[in-house]
Design a protein around this ligand. Structure first.
Ligand SMILES: Cc1ncc(COP(=O)(O)O)c(C=O)c1O
Length: 464
């Protein structure tokens, strides 16, 4: 606890602790400030008179503390230049930087790691002009603390877009903007735990990060079998799960679309048990063989939380995501969010709102859809009959099924080519009951345009 303090310059607080003699306390606080570098070498200290007045103590006490520190070598005192922190006062070097483990993958010359769009395709010019317009028109209150749901401009723009493009029943009042899908999932996990849900069903193949997040929030995850029709939602009946996380438009990573029958089964289960469906619509805009199938949420907006993200359509670095929350859940989700977090920057939100309103988002998605569709076609042609491309023509990744032993051989050969690749088995839930499939998950969206051709060639060279 601090019982007195003084400020040197703009922002250095000097704290003395109670329970020590005033002189000893001041001496120790000054010594520590010099030792730690908080008071930089050469810093001129206030005169003993003014520091004493600041601290409300006798001038002699300050003078004695200064003298002691001069004697110890922490301070210097010279006629005419006052008392300063000695040049070599900083005895303790700052601890060596602790290497921070970031979830960034090792860099390889070529990458077909799934999960990323072509970052070179980010629409810089269109984003910049949307940002300029958004900033010019932003009301002053946009620079202040805001509604925990996020800016109304973006919620309104998204409601229109999601209804039109994804068949989502979207009321701006029920949209919550988040720092990507990941934060939305975290908030929902917390909400479910607060509702005493213990178990959540997930797809038997999925992102390990999402499973770890749910487990970390205290939810047990139960894998559902995934086959060519998506997750086997019939298995929800009779399970102890209070919620299920699904990727209906394009199962991640196997690439199946959830069939209408299985969609209906999931909704029936949710209605009859009071369970919740979390719909991860991470790449729903990207379908190449037909119009995208509408979101599952349209079937029952009271039982399905729709989750979307700009991470595939624009860039993961934006950290922009959204969820459309059933009415009765809204208060609990906002309680989970509002107390701890204010989401992404209001200016980015206003920019995205303007980007959508102006039609730039549609144009960008259309352009990227063409780009990814062409790449997928080229991938299928280049692979020929050396692997079977499975999953629907959609999204930013494809699955290449390989003969027995092919997965390991391909990964080893890819390492020789310095090509980043992931096996399908690396996405398998640790308790999945079905036999692992030998396959590669190829993120054809990841390379930039100029890297695409050599990356594809490296992949073909790595196939058994
Ligand atoms: C299945 C799936 N869902 C959601 C996301 C998006 O996560 P976020 O919006 O947090 O970037 C990803 C990104 O890799 C994903 O693969």
């Amino acid at each position: 606890m601090t019982d007195s303090w003084a400020t040197f310059g703009a922002d250095l607080h000097l704290e003395t602790r109670p329970g020590r003699g005033m002189r000893a306390g001041l001496t120790e606080a000054l010594r520590e400030a010099a030792r730690s570098g908080r008071l930089a070498p050469g810093t001129r200290l206030p005169s003993s008179r003014s520091l004493a007045a600041d601290l409300g103590i006798a001038r002699n006490t300050v003078a004695e503390a200064y003298a002691e520190l001069v004697a110890e070598g922490w301070l210097t005192a010279r006629q005419g230049s006052g008392t300063r922190v000695a040049e070599r006062a900083r005895a303790r070097r700052p601890a060596a930087a602790v290497p921070v483990r970031r979830p960034v993958r090792a860099q390889t010359s070529y990458s077909l790691m799934p999960g990323s769009p072509d970052l070179g395709g980010f629409p810089r010019a269109a984003w910049l002009s949307a940002a300029r317009r958004a900033l010019t028109e932003a009301p002053n209150e946009a620079f202040g603390y805001a509604d925990p749901r996020g800016r109304v401009e973006l919620r309104e723009a998204l409601a229109g877009y999601l209804a039109r493009a994804r068949g989502v029943y979207a009321d701006p009042e029920r949209i919550v903007l988040c720092a990507g899908f990941t934060q939305a999932l975290m908030l929902l996990a917390r909400t479910l735990r607060a509702r005493r849900v213990r178990e959540m069903a997930v797809e038997g193949y999925g992102l390990d990060e999402h499973q770890a997040l749910l487990t970390g929030a205290g939810l047990r995850t139960r894998p559902l079998v995934v086959d060519g029709s998506g997750a086997r939602t019939a298995d929800l009946a009779g399970s102890a799960a209070g919620a299920v996380l699904l990727t209906p438009a394009h199962q991640f990573p196997t690439g199946a679309a959830l069939t209408p029958g299985r969609r209906a089964e999931a909704v029936d289960w949710a209605r009859s048990t009071g369970g919740l469906i979390l719909e991860d619509d991470y790449d729903g805009e990207f379908r190449y063989d037909r119009q995208p199938v509408g979101a599952l949420q349209g079937l029952d907006p009271d039982r399905v939380v729709y989750l979307g993200t700009a991470s595939k359509s624009l860039a993961p670095g934006l950290r922009m995501g959204w969820m459309v929350v059933p009415g009765p859940l809204m208060e609990e989700v906002l309680a989970a969010k509002g107390h701890t977090d204010w989401s992404s920057s209001a200016l980015d939100q206003l920019t995205l709102a303007e980007f959508i309103r102006s039609g730039a988002y549609d144009r960008h998605v259309r352009e990227m859809r063409l780009r990814y569709r062409r790449r997928r076609d080229e991938l299928v042609a280049a692979v020929g009959d050396r692997a079977a491309v499975s999953g629907i023509a959609a999204g930013l990744h494809a699955v290449l099924d390989l003969p027995p032993g092919g997965e390991r051989a391909a990964l080893r050969a890819a390492a020789w080519q310095d090509l980043g690749l992931r096996s399908l088995s690396s996405f398998r839930h640790p308790r999945a009951s079905t036999a692992p499939r030998e396959a590669l998950v190829v993120g054809f969206g990841t390379p930039t345009q100029s890297a695409w051709a050599p990356t594809l060639a490296a992949l073909v060279a790595a196939l058994p």
